[in-house]
Ligand binder design. Structure first.
Ligand code: SF4
Length: 48
């Protein structure tokens, strides 16, 4: 797994502003076609 910088420190998998999950799933955020990063979301997020 490559280094993934993530600032969502309240996520269970976040360690020192990096993602520590063995894999992550990213999906479109509502819209059927993403035009920018705002239209994507991490499905693996779990509240710490
Ligand atoms: S699972 Fe998603 S939200 Fe959580 S640390 Fe990894 S990239 Fe960030």
């Amino acid at each position: 797994m490559p280094d993934i910088k993530c600032s969502v420190s309240e996520c269970l998998y976040n360690k020192n502003i990096k993602c520590g999950a063995p894999m992550i799933q990213v999906e479109r955020n509502g819209s059927s076609s993403a035009d920018s990063s705002d239209h994507t979301k991490c499905e693996t997020f779990k509240r710490n």
